[in-house]
Design a binder for this molecule. Structure first.
Ligand code: NI
Length: 252
């Protein structure tokens, strides 16, 4: 069994064929899908999908850094209400994004720290988005001194950064970037113990080669697993076994 630890399957890009897309993923051996939230507007669709697939789709709750803007405090209070109201598998996705917009950097840090505190309080893992901000985000997590666990989603960093993440006891989410030749991620993951890796798509974004630039979907986790097996010179079965165990240990 394979797991997609990060997929926005409630996104409108899947409105025409969501059930078929999930069926295709299952045919490829992917049987669990973890759904990171974005903001207040994505909650309804995400929870509806979880209702429809209660033993396959699992919702997280959190405010994405790209949705931290003017008035983000109101958004955060909606996230907190949900977190106090019912169980979620994780707080996510949360973090820092300096790629799209640096205007709200200070607010992004505040929102991140607040949500990490909730995670500690509720004993939940966090799923971290850090685009153009990995070192900054590692420092933010370090301040919590090992009180929180989780995933650095969409890992594309150096071995040095990977070591810092492992020191924090965090996992790294490996997705389509592994298949991009220029990213050179294969040579880095070769050196990272499999015990620190989980698989993800970030669907509908970041499709792996040969689908790069097109819509991503959870079935492509199989292709990412195959690339990982090749990079680490181990069997696909081993990749499936260990990454699945890592994901279940964290989320359950
Ligand atoms: Ni995402």
């Amino acid at each position: 069994m394979l797991i997609d630890t990060h997929a926005h399957l409630y996104a409108k890009q899947f409105d025409q064929d969501r059930d078929e897309m999930i069926a295709r993923a299952e045919a490829n051996g992917i049987h669990k899908f973890f759904l990171p939230n974005i903001d207040s507007l994505s909650i309804e669709g995400m929870l509806a999908l979880e209702d429809k697939y209660p033993d396959k789709c699992f919702a997280m709750m959190g405010l994405h850094p790209c949705s931290v803007k003017e008035g983000y405090e109101k958004e955060l209070s909606i996230m907190e209400d949900w977190l106090r109201k019912r169980p979620f598998v994780a707080i996510g996705e949360i973090g820092i994004d300096l790629y799209w917009d640096k205007t709200f950097f200070e607010q992004q840090k505040k929102a991140f720290n607040q949500q990490v505190e909730w995670a500690i309080d509720l004993d939940l893992p966090i799923v971290i988005h850090c685009r153009e901000s990995m070192d900054i985000t590692i420092k933010l997590v370090e301040r919590f001194g090992g009180k929180v666990k989780g995933i650095f989603h969409c890992f594309g960093g150096s071995l040095e950064q990977a070591k810092k993440i492992m020191d924090l006891g965090f996992l790294m989410g490996i997705g389509g970037v592994l298949t991009f030749k220029k990213a050179n991620l294969a040579s880095v993951v070769k050196e990272i113990p499999l015990e620190y890796l989980v698989l993800e798509t970030d669907a509908p974004y970041l499709a792996p080669v040969p689908f790069r630039g097109k819509r991503n979907e959870s079935g492509y986790v199989l292709s990412i697993a195959e690339h990982l097996a090749k990079a680490k010179e181990i069997s696909l079965e081993k990749v499936a076994e260990i990454t699945t165990k890592n994901a279940l240990n964290l989320f359950e």
